[in-house]
Design a protein. Structure first.
Length: 152
């Protein structure tokens, strides 16, 4: 599917012309729709080769989480790697073709810098219903500690 950007000609130089030649009232809306399509194009067209995918980052008291939506990707085609404070997620989407045609694949990866408070040797990942969740446990010394206040 090809998306073609169509823009109206600029009538800014015709300011004194009758109102029928004035700038289109839809230009602002068209620009916003173009921006939304451009932002969602990798998700809309599937994982494009070499493109990155959006991730959600959140944390609780004991863990940090990275969540990526990877619909249509097989579990075996996802690699999660933690090296030198960098988490790299690589996904390959394979698209079967019709009879007599070769299978097509598109690869996408995302790298994130992980803070030192994460225990890299205990990282785990789960993939369910097209959503990859990487759990990053915090080190004991990085977890919040409750301190009691003594009365003197």
């Amino acid at each position: 599917m090809n998306i073609v950007r169509y823009t109206y000609p600029s009538y800014g130089s015709l300011a004194t012309a009758p109102s029928r030649f004035a700038r289109s009232p839809w230009v602002g809306l068209e620009a916003e729709i173009d921006r939304l399509f451009a932002a969602s194009l990798p998700a809309f067209a599937g994982i494009a080769d070499g493109a990155s995918f959006p991730v959600d980052l959140y944390q609780d008291r004991n863990h940090a989480f990275v969540r990526a939506e990877l619909p249509g990707v097989n579990r075996a085609d996802i690699q999660v790697e933690m090296t030198d404070g960098t988490l790299t997620i690589t996904a390959v989407r394979k698209t079967p073709q019709g009879e007599g045609q070769a299978e097509q694949s598109a690869s996408s990866s995302r790298s994130l810098t992980i803070p030192a408070e994460i225990s890299a040797d205990q990282v785990s990942a789960a993939y369910e219903n097209g959503v990859l969740t990487v759990t990053l446990p915090k080190r004991e010394e990085a977890k919040p500690k409750k301190v009691t206040v003594a009365v003197k």
